[in-house]
Design a protein around this ligand. Structure first.
Ligand SMILES: [Zn+2]
Ligand SMILES: [Zn+2]
Length: 238
């Protein structure tokens, strides 16, 4: 049992941590996800697109999206296959299940730890949500994930590096080209970030990559040399 101190144990008994897979109190107590459940969620395995990390069918180096569209990020990795993790990520985002972040971060280090270490980013930057949405939701899921990841990797979180200045329409309601237009001028970089060599963006879902790409664009414009990313889940590429 991984219990560090008495208050933490009492809190755990009163408000048992929920499993990101089955959403019931974690079994055995003290873990971050049920040992039975976590096996069912598969991390994305190769062959992957060398740019966005999406699972691709053939051994070709890039997925169709990365071949056809301008990518401002240098490269990135996606942890889980979307179909396996969709329900979990949805609850993490919309049903107040911030506690899932711990389990997600642990799996990220387990499967993508070598990748993160090889990138050696100066800072982890969560994709921000607009303050109106923040007020409604009470937290930014990407920040929770980045914070949990930071505790395990000792890479600091830069929560103020990108600011969301436009409250965009939820991307899931839009098509590919609409997403990019919708996000135009959504982010700004308010401070001088020229000193940053490499930023690792952190987000929940990578679908077309519109948010990551737009955030990477503003960071590069502001003088950041390299932008990579990790996200929790993403669909397969072609
Ligand atoms: Zn479970
Ligand atoms: Zn790709």
């Amino acid at each position: 049992m991984r219990v560090k101190n008495v208050p933490e144990m009492l809190t755990g008994l009163l408000f048992p941590r929920r499993c990101p897979v089955c959403d019931r109190p974690v079994k055995p107590f003290g873990e971050y996800a049920c040992t039975e459940c976590i096996r069912k969620v598969r991390p994305i395995s190769p062959p992957r697109c060398l740019k966005c990390g999406k699972k691709i069918r053939s051994e070709s180096a890039l997925c169709t999206d990365c071949t056809q569209r301008k990518r401002y990020f240098d490269r990135g990795r996606i942890l889980y296959e979307y179909d396996d993790a969709a329900g979990s990520v949805y609850r993490f985002k919309y049903s107040g299940r911030r506690e899932y972040a711990e389990s997600y971060a642990r799996d990220t280090v387990r499967y993508l730890g070598d990748y993160i270490a090889s990138e050696k980013p100066d800072v982890l930057v969560p994709i921000p949500i607009h303050r109106k949405r923040y007020r409604k939701r009470g937290y930014n899921q990407a920040f929770e994930y980045a914070e949990a990841l930071s505790r395990l990797t000792d890479i600091p979180v830069g929560n103020d590096i990108i600011k969301r200045v436009k409250n965009t329409i939820p991307l899931k309601l839009l098509g590919v080209s609409e997403r990019q237009i919708n996000l135009k001028n959504a982010f700004i970089v308010p401070e001088n970030v020229v000193k940053l060599n490499k930023v690792m963006l952190v987000d929940d879902i990578f679908t077309t990559g519109a948010s990551i790409n737009e955030a990477a664009r503003v960071l590069k414009m502001a003088g950041v040399r390299e932008v990579c990313f990790v996200t929790l889940a993403g669909g397969a590429g072609i």
